[in-house]
Design a protein around this ligand. Structure first.
Ligand code: THU
Length: 130
């Protein structure tokens, strides 16, 4: 499955009545499973969750803990990059060479690696006992 299409398809389901900014995300595991997520906002604004977080939650609930590729899409003037918190959430399961495709519904794309999006990441290696 084309990962960007999976993100585009699910975006319609986003619950974003406060920002009107619907985001779709899709992640693929090394074995080829695809999980989708959307942003889910809340009347208590900080309680909203991002599309990436939804996709990660679906993946973990299905028993997978490794991300091989990420796609994110929104109806925006330029490709939407994952917020800082989502970079850290993705990095938990995605190594630094994982490809992240960011896109607009108009067809513009931006491709970066996880490491480019989150250089100097705080990872599990930092808490390994010496
Ligand atoms: N949002 C995402 O879901 N993912 C991103 O990568 C950027 C921002 C959501 C959060 C909020 O519901 C809306 O977009 C506006 O910030």
């Amino acid at each position: 499955m084309d990962l960007l299409s999976a993100a585009r398809d699910v975006r319609e389901m986003a619950y974003a009545p406060y920002s009107n900014f619907k985001v779709g995300a899709a992640i693929r595991t090394p074995s080829g499973e695809v999980f989708q997520g959307v942003n889910v906002e809340n009347v208590a604004y900080p309680e909203g969750t991002c599309a990436e977080a939804g996709a990660i939650a679906a993946m973990v609930a299905a028993g997978y803990t490794e991300i091989a590729e990420v796609a994110v899409i929104a109806d925006a003037p330029l490709p939407v990059t994952p917020c800082g918190g989502c970079r850290q959430k993705l990095r938990e399961f995605a190594k630094s060479d994982v490809k992240v495709t960011m896109a607009t519904t108009a067809g513009e794309t931006l491709v970066m690696t996880m490491g480019e999006l989150l250089p100097g990441a705080f990872t599990q290696e930092h808490i390994d006992e010496g």
